[in-house]
Design a protein around this ligand. Sequence first.
Ligand code: HEC
Ligand code: HEC
Length: 342
Amino acid sequence: MLQGPFFIPMKRFSLLIILLAVLSCRKENTADNSLSPAYPDYFPAPVYQFNNNTVNKDRFELGKKLFFDPVLSLDSTISCAKCHAQVHAFADHNVSLSAGINGLLGTRNSPSITNMIWSPTFMWDGGVNHIEVFSVAPITNHVEMGESMLSVIRKLNNITAYRTAFKKAYNIDEITDQAMLRALTAYMSMIISAGSKYDEYRQGKTSLSASELDGLNLFRQKCAGCHSEPLFTDYSYKNNGLDSVFNDLGRETITTNSNDRGKFKVPSLRNVELTYPYMHDGRFWSLREVLDHYSNGIVISPSLDASLQHSIPMTIQEKERIIEFLKTLTDWNLVSDQMFNK
Ligand code: HEC
Ligand code: HEC
């Protein structure tokens, strides 16, 4: 009989202890500066080695601040986030070519910048080979941000909040371009897309519908030769038959080898549902148009990939199934994760 009244307070007491333990853990976590990129075991090892730039919360937060700050552009109007928007999986909003400073248009479509730590090269033509130096390109590009590194660093050094943040993150009193580039890299390193339905399927947490599975199998037969799993690109340069006369020489711009004419970096198809329009010049607005291109629109030219010489025959139903599968690559967690917001 006595057990009841004793039992209840005991239970409450232990609940209180658990609650206190949880609260103190949370407190500990906020003080803890550690933060590291996490990815599933079927992903390869990242290419980026984080040498002298281990990610932590201070560095990530500083990189985020820079990523959203138009101070990096000549007239303080354009930030990285303007062309790489989280809601579009860090690609541009609904435009073939992005507008930079003074409304000037670039010549290429802004790609999604998820999973960059696996990319051995950057840009559609692979013109940059290290993520840490990458940001020099948009900052100094005359139509994108139109700034000089010297001037950006001078501006940042005049902002007390940045001085404090760089001191905390990199223990420096004077902001340097290297530290700024590393901070941007720390932010980008965390933009990992590995939370799609496809990933849950790979981890045995969910199943794909019959038509999604059908689409996956068709994709493996017809597309995975270049868009290989699990990152949905093999990072090679290919001519996928868009043109025979090239406004943009693609990879040839970098190698000066005419065999590379019209070859572009195979883009990842993760989040492809959100990253329209498609291709290096944003010429296609829907996935259906992309699939129609592969089945009926391949243009023959000397550097066309051998696997596309006879196009990729697909029925209407097969195209629909492939599109259904491609939509399982959308990572709704990533595009809504508050951690990446300002
Ligand atoms: C005016 C629009 C614009 C702005 C601003 C911009 N970008 Fe980009 N970004 C692009 C375009 C366009 C490309 C493709 C360039 C090319 O291939 O020539 C690109 C490519 C990239 C890539 C390479 C992606 C890949 O898969 O190769 C990264 C990384 C990137 N941008 C990061 C940034 C960062 C960091 C900033 C800010 C410092 C920034 N961008 C500012 C439009 C922009
Ligand atoms: C021979 C290699 C190759 C094969 C096979 C291939 N692709 Fe591509 N794909 C590319 C290249 C290269 C690009 C970028 C071309 C460009 O922009 O100039 C691309 C671009 C795309 C894009 C645009 C992505 C973006 O972000 O702009 C989509 C979507 C796409 N491919 C889907 C597919 C599908 C679906 C299949 C199978 C039916 C397929 N691809 C087969 C090489 C290939």
